[in-house]
Design a protein around this ligand. Sequence first.
Ligand SMILES: Nc1ncnc2c1ncn2[C@@H]1O[C@H](COP(=O)(O)OP(=O)(O)O)[C@@H](O)[C@H]1O
Ligand SMILES: [Mg+2]
Length: 264
Amino acid sequence: MHGREGPGRESRVLSVKLGGSVITDKEKPFTLRLGLVEQVAGALAEAAEATGSRYMIVLGGGSYGHVAAHELRRGSAPVPEALSAITAAMLELAQAVADVLSMKGLRPVLYPPHAFCQPRGLRPGCAWRHVLEAFHAGATPVLYGDAYPCSSGWCIVSGDELAVEAACAIGASHVLYVSDVDGIYGVGGKLLERVTLNDVARLASLSSRQSGYDVTGGLARKIEALRENWCSTLRGVWVVNGLFPERVKALIMGERVPATLVLP
Ligand SMILES: Nc1ncnc2c1ncn2[C@@H]1O[C@H](COP(=O)(O)OP(=O)(O)O)[C@@H](O)[C@H]1O
Ligand SMILES: [Mg+2]
C-alpha cells in the first residue's frame, strides 16, 4: 500500500472518463493526440496490472464530436445529416483510441451510446446489461459522448454523465475525470484537494475558464452530471491532469498526486 490518497489497491472497479482535452487537440479539428493517448493508456494498463483494477472507459468529444456538433449547429444542418456526421466523428475517435487501448492489452469493446441509451436531461438512461456482461467477461467497455435523436431534432449525451451512470451501473467506487487541468480550482486559482459536491457547485468561477470547443460546457457540466447521477456505491470522484499520465497511474495506485477529490 502506498499513500492514502488515490482510490487505492482495494478499489478494483473504476469509471475513467478520458477528457476530450487530453485525447484530442481541442484547438485543431479532428486531431488525435496519439502520443498522449498511448501514454495514458499505458498508465491505465500498468495500474491495472499492479492493482488488479478494472475499468469502464468513457471518451469525451474533444475536437471530433464537439467540432462536428458546433459546425452543424451553426449551419443548422438537417437532423439526419447532423446525426450521421456526429455519430461518425465520434466512432472514428473511439476506434482510434480503442486501437491504442488494445495495443496496451486492455481488450476494449466499443458501445456507441446512441445505440443503447435513452437520455433524459443529464441522465443517460443506458441499457447496461450487455455492457456489464462484456465487463464481467474480462473486456473493457468503451463509451463516448454521442449524438442521438431527440424531440428538438438531435441532442448530445456527454461523456461526463455517461461516466457517472457507468460507474453506478458497474458498482465502481470512483470516477476519474482525466482532464487538462490539475483538478478543480477554487476562488483565487488555488487547487482544491478535497471538495464536496455542494461546495463545488457554488464556485462562481466554475464555467468561466473554457478552452477550445466544448458544446457541453466544461467543468460546470461535470458537476451537474455528478449531482444528477450520483449513487450510493460511488465513494468519490477524482479530477486529475491527463497531460501528466504518470499522475493517472499513481492515483490509481493509491499514491498522492496533485488532483481534486470530490465527495458527495
Ligand atoms: N474552477 C475550475 N477548475 C478547473 N477547471 C475549470 C474550472 N472552471 C472551468 N474549468 C474548465 O473546465 C475545463 C475542463 O472541462 P472540459 O474542457 O469539459 O474537459 P474535458 O473535455 O477534458 O473533459 C478545464 O480545462 C477548465 O478550462
Ligand atoms: Mg467536456
